[in-house]
Write a protein that binds this ligand. Structure first.
Ligand SMILES: [Zn+2]
Length: 350
């Protein structure tokens, strides 16, 4: 589905087969010399076909097209390495390129899962199967791009280029400013067009979907929910006439949406506190807490796929980290017959 949003800006809605998200947006900005595609869909045939057909219909020459990726999740980055020509630049952010540039990243997950109470057999099956997404990431190129960005290497190999907060990309009549908006992911970038008051928001704010905020293995020093709240304030302060999000339709009134998103997270915090309140003495693992709060998934917890449980755990951990930093929750490593696990306790004022 192609929608002409503004002169030279097209929203291309791409199918996400087998995912509950259903669709993702790529945007094509047509310029005189070069075009820009913002986010590139997932590496799956149905999506690939839809994007290639749309680009053909819009007469976009890939030799003259660059890519901007709001964040390195598979539904946004998936097709960029394949569709970018040798003369294309793919703009990505540094924190995520550096994160995924570590080769055995996935393997860290096992210890992390066990420590947080994820059932061992389920975890074993899951972690053994490296997700397809990791296979398409150009790890060496990502490492090189980060080194070039940090001044540790001067020879750029490949098509990746790191961009950061405040840098601009010009396409046709539009001047797009990168806006670091970590939260949904560690290096998430929005693009803001101050003249026309446009915000390409990636997955930072969406109209009808609540962006998930995760804490992943290897990210223990982050406080993603706090980052997210700060990034919400950042876009709240902007004058925006139209939000062009990573999923679903474009929308206005971004400030109303920002406050809804904050409320959503406060509601979840209350739920987590309620689970912990009924287990003041024994505490709970993050996995047990995740199974006790409500998710926007029309299935009982027992019927969640392992992947959904893994994501719910990562979201719960993001909340626990936030609550810990706010001194509302504390945690202890405790031994049981299966090894050491981290248990969370509510701190009550007494
Ligand atoms: Zn997304």
């Amino acid at each position: 589905m192609i929608e002409k949003v503004l002169p030279g800006i097209f929203r291309i809605e791409l199918p996400l087969p087998d995912l509950s998200l259903q669709s993702v947006n790529a945007y094509l900005l047509k310029g005189k010399e070069r075009n820009l595609i913002i986010d590139s869909g997932i590496d799956k045939q149905e999506c690939r076909k839809a994007l290639i057909d749309a680009l053909r219909e819009l007469d976009a020459n890939l030799e003259k097209t660059d890519f901007f990726i709001t964040h390195l999740h598979e539904d946004h980055f998936g097709l960029a390495p394949e569709l970018a020509s040798n003369s294309s630049t793919i703009y990505i952010n540094a924190p995520e390129a550096a994160f995924w540039g570590v080769h055995d990243r996935w393997a860290e997950g096992f210890r992390h899962g066990e420590k947080n109470g994820f059932p061992r057999e389920e975890l074993d099956k899951f972690i053994r199967k490296t997700p397809d997404f990791l296979k398409i990431l150009p790890l060496e190129e990502m490492k090189n791009a980060v080194e070039v960005y940090r001044g540790k290497s001067s020879s750029r190999e490949g098509r990746l280029q790191i961009v950061g907060d405040g840098e601009s990309i010009n396409v046709g009549e539009y001047s797009l400013k990168c806006l670091a908006t970590p939260g949904h992911s560690s290096g998430h970038l929005c693009l803001y067009e101050p003249g026309k008051k446009l915000l390409f928001s990636g997955d930072h704010i969406l109209e009808t979907i609540t962006p998930a905020i995760f804490l992943w293995p290897g990210e223990e020093n982050r406080n993603p929910l706090n980052e997210f709240f700060e990034s919400l304030e950042k876009v709240n302060a902007l004058e925006v006439e139209l939000v062009l999000p990573g999923h679903r339709r474009t929308f206005q009134e971004h400030r109303g949406r920002v406050s809804e998103l904050k409320n959503h997270h406060f509601h979840r915090e209350h739920e987590i506190a309620a689970v912990l309140e009924s287990n003041v003495k024994s505490g709970k693992t993050a996995y047990e807490i995740a199974s006790g709060v409500s998710w926007h998934i029309p299935l009982p917890w027992e019927e969640f796929t392992t992947e959904l449980k893994w994501m719910a755990l990562a979201e719960t951990l993001a909340h626990l980290k936030y609550m810990q930093d706010q001194k509302k929750v504390t945690s202890k490593l405790l031994k049981d017959k299966n090894g050491e696990k981290e248990y969370y306790f509510l701190l009550t004022e007494s």
